[in-house]
Design a protein around this ligand. Structure first.
Ligand SMILES: [Zn+2]
Length: 170
């Protein structure tokens, strides 16, 4: 398994809209494996393909304490079952040190395909529901910073660009 490079804001590639997956083959399996590995290494709970510069509709999630319940979600879409908006603080592997309160639908029904291309359904609320909504945002080129004020957005942009400069010089 390979650890993939995670793009960080404001990299414009994070704004690309991902395309549907049509081939359920070994190549797709490898992408999902590498993404899970990368997510575990970086101690994230979810990762969208967009974040590792793969612009296909694939996300991985694992909310378990011992990192033993990987969820591989392909071509996801959801309907809102309970549209009460709940606000919680979210972070993102592509925006280090940044946190943002985001309103998310309380309960959703997710429809997706698994690695074999079989259609699956999942009703999700709480953290799992928010996480799915966060990762689907990524596939559509939307980021946590879009929920922030423009002042907060430019501050984090400056901060991350500065730390990138430092890294490049070393
Ligand atoms: Zn994210």
């Amino acid at each position: 398994m390979n650890r993939l490079n995670i793009l960080t804001f404001p990299d414009p590639r994070l704004r690309k809209k991902a395309i549907p997956i049509t081939a359920f083959d070994k190549d797709l399996e490898k992408k999902a494996d590498d993404m899970l590995f990368t997510m575990y290494e970086d101690k994230g709970i979810g990762l969208a393909a967009t974040q590792v510069d793969i612009h296909e509709r694939l996300i991985v999630i694992d909310l378990s304490e011992d990192r033993s319940e990987p969820l591989i979600i392909i071509n996801p879409s959801y309907t809102v079952l309970d549209d009460t908006l709940e606000v919680s603080k979210e972070g993102c592997l592509s925006i280090p040190t940044f946190q943002q309160e985001v309103p998310r639908a309380k309960e959703i029904e997710l429809t997706y395909q698994d690695l074999n291309g079989r259609e699956q359904k999942l009703i999700a609320d709480g953290l799992l529901g928010y996480c799915i909504q966060h990762e689907i945002d990524h596939l559509n080129g939307k980021l946590l910073v879009d929920y922030a004020s423009s002042l907060k957005r430019s501050r984090i942009k400056e901060k991350l660009m500065k730390s990138k400069d430092v890294k490049n010089k070393n």
